[in-house]
Write a protein that binds this ligand. Structure first.
Ligand SMILES: [Zn+2]
Length: 376
């Protein structure tokens, strides 16, 4: 190409701007550890500090390397017939009502939760959502969503799931989650590997799902929590769209009994970098003497027996918004009829059945638990 054919930078800028385009500035890496080190005066940096930073950066590189390698591997359809690679995270809570109306700012809101799973390879996002009358933001909910996801993958013939997440102990590093992994691995003959990204460097693909859902409603009013569910379904314009599962209360299981049957002394959860669970559960656990548990048939029970009532003062605030017209009439029945009816059920003690066995649907899965001894 002749020199005269190359446009000047000035012309390039002029043309570029005429299209009203601008470059996207990627979100900065806001790791507190890295920032603190960066802001330290060179004279005050100790050799120990430098060593710690070096380990931190190596861990970051290692975790990204593993994740990137897995992500690349499952781009080939053949490689993902039996392997499922996912990232997972809980989205920031979503509030209702949301909008420009000044009245909304002074009232407590109704909360919706969303736990997302993004499957690399297929590029399929899953939303597991529930609201504050169904559950909380705890390990019962997160573990139950994962249980539901793993079951679905097992039915599809997946033999190994590799999970990438941040280090949040409440969601990702606790004995109830590990107990569920052991049970799932035994019941479904599936291998589960959970890898934790180095703290401060945990930007995951599933986080872009959160951004997409939030952005889709950025300039929209939300008067009713069901609109958030619709937003999740519609957030992605192209296929595959997000698959949304509304979690029912009877699907929120209590995994604490399972954890209590095991001794977890050997596991220092804060030091876990990679949990690899196979069918040999003794790899990471030693069952307590005299209290064996049959992981294949152990009946799961729901954690909550009744819907959670909305606090009377919060309910009144929401109903006031309906009465003033700030929440349009078509959305009012949720606040004026549905929520009060839940409070009534609570008061009358009309609880749904508490024992929901999860064994039935699993019965066809061949058991590999040779101990065969049930819990007393
Ligand atoms: Zn860092």
């Amino acid at each position: 190409m002749k020199k005269t054919e190359i446009a000047s930078l000035k012309l390039y800028r002029k043309v570029f701007r005429s299209y009203k385009l601008r470059f996207y500035k990627p979100k900065k890496d806001l790791c507190p550890k890295c920032l603190a080190w960066k802001h330290k005066a060179p004279g005050s940096r100790t050799p120990e500090g430098a060593d710690k930073m070096s380990v931190h950066l190596k861990q970051k590189q290692l975790s990204y390397k593993l994740k990137d390698a897995d992500t690349k591997f499952v781009q080939s359809a053949d490689n993902r017939i039996e392997l499922c690679v996912i990232t997972r995270d809980l989205q920031k809570t979503m509030s209702t009502p949301k909008g420009e109306n000044g009245e909304f700012y002074y009232k407590s809101k109704f909360t919706t939760y969303n736990f997302t799973v993004f499957v690399s390879g297929e590029q399929q996002g899953y939303c597991y959502t529930w609201d504050q009358t169904t559950g909380k933001k705890g390990c019962t909910e997160v573990t139950s969503c994962m249980w539901s996801f793993i079951k679905m993958q097992a039915v599809k013939g997946i033999k190994e799931i590799r999970i990438y997440s941040d280090n949040c102990a409440a969601q990702n590093k606790n004995q109830y989650l590990f107990a569920m992994y052991v049970m799932a691995s035994i019941r479904y003959n599936i291998k589960i590997v959970h890898r934790y990204l180095e703290s401060g460097h945990t930007l995951l693909q599933c986080d872009s799902m959160h951004a997409r859902i939030e952005n889709s409603m950025k300039n929209e009013d939300v008067f009713s929590p069901s609109q958030w569910v619709t937003a999740m379904k519609m957030a992605k314009v192209n296929n595959p769209k997000y698959i949304v599962k509304v979690m029912e209360q009877e699907e929120l299981y209590d995994f604490t009994p399972l954890a209590s049957f095991q001794s977890w002394d050997k596991i220092k959860t804060s030091q876990i970098r990679e949990e690899e669970l196979t069918l040999t559960e003794t790899q990471i656990m030693k069952p307590k003497r005299g209290r064996p548990v049959n992981w294949s048939t152990f009946p799961l029970k729901r954690t909550y027996q009744t819907k959670f009532p909305v606090r009377p003062d919060i309910l009144k605030g929401l109903q006031d918004l309906c009465k003033s017209g700030a929440i349009p009439a078509e959305h009012a029945p949720f606040y004026m009829e549905h929520l009060p009816s839940l409070n009534l059920i609570q008061q009358e003690g009309d609880a749904p059945n508490s024992d929901v066995s999860d064994v039935g649907s699993d019965a066809e899965i061949e058991s590999s638990d040779s101990e065969g001894s049930d819990v007393e």
